[in-house]
Design a protein around this ligand. Structure first.
Ligand SMILES: Cc1cc2nc3c(=O)[nH]c(=O)nc-3n(C[C@H](O)[C@H](O)[C@H](O)COP(=O)(O)O)c2cc1C
Length: 498
């Protein structure tokens, strides 16, 4: 597995990942647009193996680059060359010929792979779910069904973006499905009829016990494979709904019990991260009879305040409100909650459906290693489309095959042992030094600046060459993290203090 060593997203930062990519249309031999996407989504090995024959590129006059519509033309030819010359030689296995190792389940109901759309706009109509199924998603968690009168504000999103404009963190103030319950039930029936092997997870929100019970029953009768109880939407207009429930274990237990009373299919409680710890609500869901937990829903947030209007984002006719934060920026927080659930012995038998910031197969793998048995995604789909499923599946499948793992189920929770809730367990006597790789260093001095002003003054910078002063280095690795060229690695050299 190449693990970003030879080719990275930053090598193609000017690529805008076009719809109907002009580079692919211009190339008589390959689909460079697809290869670029695979690199973007951490899947260069599979791209290199697919485009094995791209030595063709050496002799062509790069119509792909001429067709590129990005303002800064993407160096497609040299990227394809890197795939063939740098990545391909270090791939260890061929692309596996089937995806059987991705098969898993939620509460015994089969999933052809671990990937579902999470409950949101991305899974809110028949047509959208059908297109997602055709694209290869194993299932959908349908947009939360309720009997409330839903009117959404405009605009309803805001985002924190990276240097290349891609969304890092995403805020929404959206509520639930604005279709009637009857409309949504007819969508379920049609989806089940036309896609019987795909998984329909029905997200519901009741206003009292009777409604949690009746909605769960209706969903089962109309083809849902499992129910997800929305105890976690942070954007409800009325008190006592959504994350107000998820913050009160007694309510979680009571409403879970109500839903379980009327159903025979698995029930997951979707919990809020707007709490100090998730275990009290998760254990309450277990007491109420839940078969699993889904987490995380979005985090209450403010993404920015306009310095001229003084209104926070998104501004709705001069006002704004707290809203739910999602996307790649929330992944560390989500992983923390997933590991909390995964490590809790009381929840051992519960399925964990993990989400929050997943974009690539490696993100998904991290959730699986910390205890998730299935994966749900919204924000990355809103940004990049259903097509990300290609690299999610092929990347995870390739990783499993390469590691000799026959089933994704075998590694659920395999990374939990290394996580400690507190830092007191860590060994503190060894210093791991950084190593400057002369070949890649361009002498920018960023490591020096950070070490001087944010570290321990352990780097000297003469003639644009960084040098380590081992007597001062504490092995914090800040230099390694700030190097824009990834030219600093971890040395084998270490010292052990007494
Ligand atoms: C626009 C938007 C609408 C959402 N609507 C719902 C919803 O109706 N029900 C629900 O349980 N979660 C809803 N969510 C939360 C997502 O299902 C998911 O838990 C969260 O966004 C974290 O995953 P992500 O980082 O992959 O987006 C919504 C999220 C977004 C961004």
């Amino acid at each position: 597995m190449v693990f970003q060593k030879y080719i990275r997203r930053s090598d193609m930062i000017s690529c805008v990942l076009c719809q109907d990519a002009p580079c692919s249309n211009a190339c008589p031999e390959f689909e460079p647009g697809e290869a670029l996407r695979s690199i973007w989504f951490d899947n260069p090995d599979v791209a290199a193996l697919k485009y094995k024959e791209s030595s063709y590129c050496a002799t062509c006059n790069a119509p792909c680059e001429k067709a590129c519509i990005s303002k800064n033309i993407v160096p497609i030819k040299s990227i394809m060359k890197d795939l063939t010359e740098k990545v391909l030689p270090v791939t260890e296995i061929a692309i596996p010929d089937n995806e059987d190792r991705l098969k898993c389940d939620i509460g015994g109901v089969p999933l052809e792979n671990p990937f579902l759309l999470s409950s949101s706009v991305v899974a809110s109509t028949y047509d959208m779910c059908a297109r997602a199924f055709e694209a290869g998603w194993a299932g959908v968690c349908f947009k939360t069904i309720c009997s409330l009168d839903i009117h959404e504000a405009s605009p309803r999103f805001s985002a924190i973006t990276g240097d290349n404009g891609s969304i890092i963190g995403f805020k929404n103030i959206e509520q639930l499905s604005d279709h009637s319950v009857a409309e949504n039930m007819s969508i379920f029936r049609k989806l089940k009829e036309n896609y019987p092997t795909k998984f329909i997870l029905a997200s519901i929100m009741g206003q009292d016990e009777a409604e949690w019970e009746s909605l769960a029953k209706l969903c089962e009768e109309n083809g849902a494979d499992a129910i997800e109880l929305n105890f976690s939407c942070p954007n409800m207009m009325e008190d006592g709904l959504g994350s107000d429930i998820g913050q009160v274990p007694e309510l979680v237990e009571r409403f879970t019990r109500a839903a379980k009373r009327s159903t025979t299919i698995p029930v997951l409680a979707k919990l809020t991260p707007n709490v100090a710890t998730m275990s009290p609500a998760a254990e309450a869901a277990l007491r109420g009879g839940a078969d699993g937990i889904a987490a995380i829903n979005t985090i209450k947030s403010i993404t920015g305040v306009n310095p001229y209007t003084l209104v926070s984002q998104p501004a709705v006719r001069g006002r704004s409100a707290l809203g739910g934060y999602s996307g790649n920026a929330v992944k560390p927080i989500a992983l923390r909650f997933i590991s909390e659930l995964g490590q809790n012995p009381a929840l051992k038998e519960m399925h964990i459906s993990g989400m929050g910031g997943i974009e690539t197969w490696r993100d998904a793998l991290e959730f699986i290693l910390l205890g998730s048995g299935s994966i749900q995604i919204t924000t990355a789909v809103m940004q990049y489309g259903y097509r990300i499923i290609d690299d999610l599946k092929s990347g995870l499948n390739y990783y499993l095959a390469q590691m000799g793992i026959n089933s994704v189920k075998d590694i659920i929770g395999a990374g939990l042992d290394s996580v400690s809730e507190t830092t007191d367990v860590l060994e503190r006597d060894t210093i791991l030094f950084p190593k400057f790789n002369d070949e890649d260093c361009i002498g920018c001095g960023r490591c020096y600046i950070s070490c001087m002003d944010g570290g321990h003054q352990a780097i000297k910078f003469d003639n644009r060459i960084p040098k380590l002063d081992g007597s001062k280095c504490v092995g914090c690795h800040l230099c390694l993290l700030v190097c824009p060229q990834h030219a600093i690695s971890v040395s084998k050299k270490r010292i052990t203090r007494n």
